[in-house]
Design a protein around this ligand. Structure first.
Ligand SMILES: [Zn+2]
Length: 372
């Protein structure tokens, strides 16, 4: 009896005690090396796996520097999951989708990314320093590339900088289908600002957006296509948040059926792709992972919850969205550093990832070749 009572007390009180002892844990919304080092001095790690890092602060939350407080959010281990996606039941490929994905060109991806990487200083903050920054050159280049592909373009400027304006570059192709929903494809074009760097983060993802626009320019669709080269991602996902606000105000966001984000898609050595979303869209992520198995050589992992890139504003607006990103457990060692250069990247891997995103588009939209 005593023993039973003692055990009961133990079972009942253990979780409560643990809760009191642990305090609130926080999810890190940036993995910038300097940020991690600073957070490391103020916290103890609770959980580190896949894309998720949970910490408990060892100093009062109220005493945190504002830039640290701005890049963390309260989180529980229960909302975090990471691991290989379940194998799909049916693995039959659709020949029309194979014909579409076969059009992806690694050398074209490399070409786009090479130009973007070597525009100079591509940080949004570099628009304060010069009217001829790398960021401006990247905006101009992407806009003309979209135009050359026959898209209707828009410079969505949302912030005045000291020497220039900070803008997203949009490309659109409307659909003839009445009441057509929108498919949005996003990747950020800015970098943290090292000169002629940011090849993987995120010239690669912006190149992925251009390559998808290139391949899809040969098709009509029952969906409106919206390609977004987002700016200011490295300064708080500024461009996509500004765009999402505008799209919500105009009612356009309600037409977005789903969205895809590419961020860091070209450094890899194990073939693993991380597909990241929030719990409510886990069925969508499972379906995307199945397309990866059917149409690519990638090994899909599913990562939750979403944080720190251009998929988040769409998810917060209730749009099913995923981030396709290189395997985070073995990611680019030059992440956010001056050594993030072209010669470290794999355009075979990036091509597989773009093939997946095209297969996803083809799985959700009716595509018709413009010229048979
Ligand atoms: Zn990035």
């Amino acid at each position: 009896m005593t023993k039973f009572l003692a055990l009961t007390t133990l079972f009942l009180s253990a979780p409560l005690c643990a809760q009191q002892a642990s305090g609130q844990s926080y999810l890190l919304l940036s993995h910038d090396p300097a940020f991690l080092e600073e957070v490391g001095r103020l916290s103890a790690p609770i959980y580190t796996k896949g894309r998720a890092r949970l910490v408990k602060f060892t100093v009062p939350y109220a005493s945190l520097p504002p830039h640290i407080a701005a890049s963390v959010r309260p989180a529980e281990q229960g909302e975090i999951s990471y691991g290989p996606a379940a194998a799909p039941e049916v693995k039959m490929a659709d020949p029309a989708v194979l014909a579409l994905t076969a059009k992806v060109s690694g050398s074209r991806l490399l070409g786009y990314a090479d130009i973007l990487t070597n525009t100079g200083k591509r940080g949004a903050k570099d628009l304060d320093a010069s009217a001829a920054s790398g960021n401006r050159a990247a905006m101009d280049y992407i806009e003309s590339a979209f135009k050359d592909l026959g898209y209707e373009t828009e410079r969505h400027c949302y912030k005045e900088r000291k020497k220039d304006r900070e803008c997203n570059i949009l490309a659109r192709r409307r659909s003839a289908a009445p009441g057509a929903k929108i498919i949005a494809v996003v990747g950020h074009m800015d970098s943290v600002g090292h000169n002629n760097a940011g090849a993987d983060d995120n010239a690669s993802g912006a190149a992925g957006v251009l390559e998808m626009a290139q391949v899809l320019s040969a098709y009509a669709s029952d969906h409106e296509l919206l390609f977004i080269a987002a700016n200011g991602e490295e300064t708080g996902v500024a461009g996509t948040y500004a765009l999402a606000k505008k799209m919500k105000a105009s009612g356009e966001m309600s037409r977005v059926a789903w969205a895809i984000n590419m961020d860091m898609i070209a450094w890899n050595r194990n073939g693993v792709l991380d597909i990241e979303t929030n719990k409510e869209f886990s069925a969508y992520a499972d379906w995307v992972a199945a397309q990866a198995v059917i149409y690519t050589k990638l090994k899909p992992y599913i990562s939750m919850p979403a944080w720190g890139s251009d998929h988040v504003p769409f998810l917060e607006a209730g749009v099913p969205t995923y981030l396709a990103i290189e395997n985070w457990e073995d990611h680019n060692p030059c992440y956010h550093q001056a050594c993030d250069k072209m010669d470290t990247l794999s355009w075979t891997y990036a091509s597989e990832l773009v093939k997946l995103n095209l297969a996803v588009v083809a799985g959700k939209a009716k595509l018709t070749p413009l010229k048979p």
